[in-house]
Design a protein around this ligand. Structure first.
Ligand code: DDH
Length: 285
């Protein structure tokens, strides 16, 4: 008789267009933060991926290890349980999607649905065990400056232009004293993907916040908006500042460069199946 060992790999059994729509359906919630889970989905996708080390080829989104307590418990990942818990019902609904694919796709959905560019995305990441978690300390420390930011992002394989484009994600969301210790949003529209990180950084006078919390900046005029010390490095460092000025003046250039760098971030260290298709999802509205 005939038999075959061939089975369809799980990643091929998932309708990703359908997952995209269902993630989009989880974004809005008037009781959460500024009314959207989008910003924390973007941060989950970034922290899942930003552990990559190109020298040892360890870390990155492959493995979905950010769900394991050993990695979820890193200080930099405080608060990301809100994103993981919100997405968990979809893992039940689509048991064949890996956590690694689900978390990175959630970042793509959030960027697009909050008004950002289309981000190319591929499925096929496989989940790994707690033993594959990366050591603590691979994500950037917000209290440091340009040298540290470069150390962290060069380790992943990014250049100055890509780093400057990626940090534009700080148009979204806010800092929470209960998570990072820092406080406040970067601008007045934290649930819209814009180039406002750059325009606010350049156009405001930033002064040290007077409080008992960690050192950070607030805008002098309203005191409502914030910058991290690591954000301020993009204004002070002349190489980074070239790109900040470009992206502040040209939102299309920012969107194009962000889409490329973010897609690259989500793929760092991933060994995709050869036949994994690239998706460019249609934004819903
Ligand atoms: Fe970030 N980020 N990030 N960030 N980030 C925080 C929030 C958000 C740094 C520190 C912080 C990127 C780069 C850096 C987002 C996306 C991205 C918070 C506040 C800190 C601290 C967390 C909290 O209290 O809830 C530092 C340092 C860097 C750097 O050195 C460059 C990048 C590259 C991205 C990206 O997505 C590509 C987003 C979105 C948020 C808002 C989260 C939320 O819940 O709202």
């Amino acid at each position: 008789y005939f038999y075959s060992n061939e089975t369809t790999p799980s990643w091929k059994k998932v309708n990703y267009n359908s997952v995209y729509k269902d993630i989009a359906g989880l974004l809005e919630d008037e009781d959460y933060d500024d009314g959207s889970y989008g910003p924390v989905f973007v941060r989950l996708a970034w922290h899942a991926s930003g552990t990559y080390d190109k020298k040892t080829r360890t870390g990155g989104s492959d493995g979905g290890t950010i769900r394991h307590p050993a990695e979820a418990g890193h200080g930099a990942n405080n608060g990301l349980e809100h994103a993981r818990d919100r997405l968990e019902p979809l893992k039940k609904q689509y048991p064949n999607i890996s956590y690694a694919d689900l978390y990175t796709l959630a970042g793509v959905v959030a960027v697009q649905e909050l008004g950002g560019p289309t981000v190319r995305w591929r499925p096929g990441r496989e989940d790994k065990t707690e033993a594959d978690c990366t050591p603590d300390g691979r994500l950037p420390d917000a209290s440091q400056g340009a040298d540290h930011v470069r150390d962290i992002f060069y380790r992943m394989g990014f250049n100055d232009q890509e780093i400057a484009a990626l940090v534009g994600a700080h148009a979204l969301g806010r800092c929470h004293t209960s998570r990072s210790g820092f406080e406040g949003p970067w601008n007045a529209s934290p649930t819209s993907f814009t180039n406002f990180f750059y325009t606010e950084l350049l156009n405001n006078t930033w002064v040290p916040k007077k409080w008992n919390g960690p050192f950070q900046y607030v805008d002098k005029q309203s005191g409502q908006f914030m910058m991290l010390p690591a954000d301020m490095a993009f204004k002070k460092d002349s190489e980074f500042r070239k790109y900040v000025e470009k992206y502040a003046a040209d939102q299309d250039a920012f969107f194009e460069d962000f889409a490329k760098a973010f897609a690259k971030l989500l793929e760092l260290g991933v060994k995709f199946p050869e036949d994994a298709p690239v998706y460019e999802f249609k934004t819903l509205e």
